[in-house]
Design a protein around this ligand. Structure first.
Ligand code: PHB
Length: 396
């Protein structure tokens, strides 16, 4: 016998977007069921980026989803763009009156999981979703097997796919077509976590003849750093000495504090937007709807912007039978998504070197970097996009 559960909103994916949506819906009196194929340890242990936009932080705090971000996170008032042997600071508050916060995504997840469990959220982990049926009907259904291998179905008024870049829900929305809205890049990031104090007060994004590097942070004793590598690099193939050599030559003129490397990974990335974000009573958000390269630190923040819109649209639909918001969802969300796509692509192409770059390309890139750092308008655009455009909740 298949267990059939009924709820108002079925959310597939217990990442930051799925959990925050369930949190906001609950505050509006709308119950939901959240399912994810991962266990709690896997969800909370996934290593992801660490920069939150001002608007993301304000929302986490105002909604009661995380107040720890204010005590355990750290405000960053700028970044350093490093090229041609020199650093150039982009001063966020002076340019746009906002900042960003360094607070790793898995900490956001820990806060959200704890908040949802404390509130009695129906959260089904270790459950594999096979498909979503009935997108065009009034009662779409999520079909899968639970942690013990028993089949289940969830019948809902609305289904949200927040199930990441390999989304299963996406098939119900796009009928399996991938579309052609994507870009691949001929490089990846070699990422490390190491035990050391910070090498600099703020993040350093560096363009060098040897390729890109990012010096980021996690805590006073743990640092996160990345350097551009070939997408086929085996993370185990480099010795610690080789890793530090690569990093050092890419941030010439800074003094990197080295320490034991205890975690390493190779991150491939691409830009992608799903050809459709909604069909009938199924919608996509977060990485299920779009992915961006990590250079602009936009991934999770963009997912949160989708959550805000979907929360407004679903409250109007489910509490007032008003369909205008959900009808406008894709169009309104896509405006910000394409701005973020552009910004992430721009930061990526401005800072990385391509394997076939000619001397012309390299000098043009330095010209581009100079036009940003030597112009208040250029620095302001970067600061506006990096700290995040204001979060919109209005759809109509
Ligand atoms: C990180 O700390 O992991 C991080 C920070 C900024 C980025 C990407 C990743 O742009």
């Amino acid at each position: 016998m298949t267990e059939v559960a009924r709820t108002r909103v079925a959310i597939v994916g217990a990442g930051p977007a799925g959990l925050l949506l369930s949190h906001l819906l609950a505050a509006s009196g709308i119950e939901s069921i959240v399912v994810d194929r991962r266990t709690r340890e896997e969800i909370e242990g996934t290593i992801r980026a660490g920069i939150l936009e001002q608007g993301t932080v304000d929302l986490l705090v105002a909604s009661g989803a995380s107040t720890r971000v204010l005590t355990d996170g750290r405000r960053h008032d700028g970044i350093e763009l490093w090229f041609a042997g020199e650093g150039h600071r982009i001063d966020f508050p002076a340019l746009v009156g906002r900042s960003v916060w360094l607070y790793p995504q898995h900490e956001v997840l820990r806060d959200l999981v704890a908040a949802r469990l404390a509130a009695g959220q129906d959260l089904r982990l270790g459950a594999t979703v096979e498909r979503v049926d009935g997108a065009d009907s009034a009662r779409p259904r999520v079909i899968g097997t639970d942690a013990d291998g028993a089949p289940f179905e969830i019948e809902a008024d609305f289904v949200v796919g927040a199930d990441g870049s390999r989304s299963v829900v996406r098939t119900a929305v796009t009928e399996g077509t991938r579309g052609d809205l994507f870009r691949e890049y001929p490089f990846a990031w070699f990422g490390i976590l190491c035990e050391a104090p910070p090498s600099s007060e703020e993040l350093i994004y560096s363009n060098s003849p040897d390729g890109f590097a990012l010096i980021s942070q996690r805590s006073p004793t743990v640092q996160r750093m990345y350097f551009q590598c070939d997408p086929d690099t085996d993370p185990e193939a480099l010795s610690e000495a080789q890793i530090w050599d690569e990093l050092r030559k890419r941030v010439p003129g800074t003094s990197l504090v080295e320490g034991p490397v205890f975690q390493r990974d190779v991150l491939r990335f691409r830009s992608f937007v799903a050809p459709e974000l909604r069909r009938g009573r199924v919608a996509l958000m977060g990485d299920a709807a779009h992915t961006v390269p990590p250079t602009g630190a936009k991934g999770m923040n963009l997912a949160i912007a989708d959550v805000v819109l979907l929360h407004t649209a679903l409250t109007a639909l489910l509490l007032e039978d008003d369909e205008r918001g959900i009808d406008a969802y894709a169009e309104v969300a896509l405006r910000r998504i394409w701005k973020a796509q552009h910004f992430s692509w721009w930061m990526t192409t401005m800072l990385h070197s391509t394997p076939d770059a000619a001397d012309f390309d390299r000098r043009r890139q330095l010209g581009e970097l100079r036009s940003v750092v030597e112009s208040e308008a250029g620095r302001t655009y970067l600061a506006e996009a990096y700290t995040g455009w204001p979060l919109e909740s209005r759809l109509v």
